[in-house]
Design a protein around this ligand. Structure first.
Ligand SMILES: Cc1ncc(COP(=O)(O)O)c(C=O)c1O
Length: 348
């Protein structure tokens, strides 16, 4: 039985066209800065997001961790949302790699306010850790694909400027956030107005955009020069990566314009969950992630096992919630079959 896989948007496989683009890529030794396709991708991301330079990374985790290491020194403190990936899912890397502590801010599905950020900045007193960075995530993965309000980002930027702090964005799913905002997704898409609000941005190509590997970090030329050293230290200096970069360029040209379909399918799934008697709550469906709360007495571990036996793979998200992620390897026919599984299922 085919299991329709809603566990993550990272499960997508490269298409035949993407593989062809990868095979045709011009390559060179990227440690010698001689890979033309990686250079093209880095320049394109930097231009699109309004920054001077970009740097290819093998993963979003490494891109975020390198950025944090450039921004902060051991003993410093990073302000971020209490649902953030850099805190929950990067193996304690802020402490381990940067030697920094974390100030977690509660909020609305991972989105905090400028007032909270101001209140969390430590005074310049040697009792306290030096606050050195504010980090945002857009969309917030653990917040169910929540999109930040641009005026709140603007206000946080103003606070950071007042206090001389850099702001980093984990934009693993920035694509989804921008699609939800109705931003242009053409080959000449210019998101520089959004991007310049941050000192550094990491984006991932291996999530909704469907590439097998790849993230890019953008920032000032000086920031990227320093991130280059950190990437080397972390073992992320790579050689003929043009094929991987070509997959990312292909994704920008061909997959980004289709991303809205994942959001439309997510909304359909959300409606079905709202109508199902075993679910009592649904988080607002803003992008490609759907999180629903089971009725009291039903465990998420049991429910996901039962759904998987019937052909729908999804993820327990805590004891009473389930998460589904829409992605480009799921089409309308997959969704129809999944909705039929759901309609026929009753917990227990
Ligand atoms: C919001 C967010 N940031 C960063 C990452 C890390 O990406 P990677 O798995 O490529 O290390 C993920 C992965 O799912 C993510 O969801």
């Amino acid at each position: 039985m085919e299991r329709i896989d809603f566990r993550s948007d990272t499960v997508t496989r490269p298409t035949a066209d993407m593989l062809a683009a990868m095979g045709a890529a011009a390559v060179g030794d990227d440690v010698f800065a001689e890979d033309p396709t990686a250079g093209e991708l880095e320049r394109r991301c930097a231009r699109m997001l309004g920054h001077e330079a970009g740097l290819f990374f093998p993963s979003g985790t490494m891109a975020n961790q390198a950025a944090i290491q450039v921004h902060v020194a051991p003993g410093d403190e990073v302000i971020c949302g209490d649902l953030s990936h850099i805190y929950h899912y990067e193996g304690g890397g802020i402490a381990r790699n940067a030697g920094a502590s974390v100030r977690l801010l509660g909020g609305n599905r991972g989105r905090f306010t400028a007032e909270q950020a101001v209140a969390a900045i430590n005074p310049p007193d040697s009792h306290f850790a030096r606050t050195a960075l504010i980090a945002l995530e857009d969309t917030v993965n653990k917040g169910g694909g929540a999109v930040w309000a641009e005026d709140e980002i603007e206000r946080i930027r103003a606070v950071a400027d007042e206090r001389g702090l850099p702001v980093h964005l984990d934009g693993a799913r920035l694509w989804n956030a921008q699609v939800a905002r109705g931003a242009s997704v053409g080959t000449d898409a210019d998101w520089s107005g959004y991007g310049r609000r941050f000192n550094s941005i990491s984006v991932c190509f291996s999530k909704g955009l469907g590439a097998p590997v790849g993230s890019v970090l953008v920032g000032s030329a000086d920031f990227i020069r320093r991130a280059h050293r950190v990437r080397k230290v972390m073992g992320g200096g790579m050689r003929q990566i043009g094929g991987l970069a070509a997959a990312c360029l292909h994704a920008l040209d061909h997959h980004l314009p289709e991303l809205h379909r994942d959001h439309e399918r997510a909304r359909r799934l959300g409606e079905a969950l709202l109508a199902h008697p075993d679910f009592t709550g649904l988080e607002p469906v803003e992008t490609n992630i759907v999180i629903a709360e089971l009725r009291p007495g039903v465990s998420a571990a049991d429910a996901t096992r039962e759904l998987e036996e019937r052909g729908m793979r999804c993820m327990a998200f805590g004891p009473t919630k389930i998460r589904w992620v829409l992605h480009r390897d799921l089409n309308d026919a997959h969704l129809d079959r999944a909705l039929a599984v759901l309609a026929a299922w009753r917990a227990g």
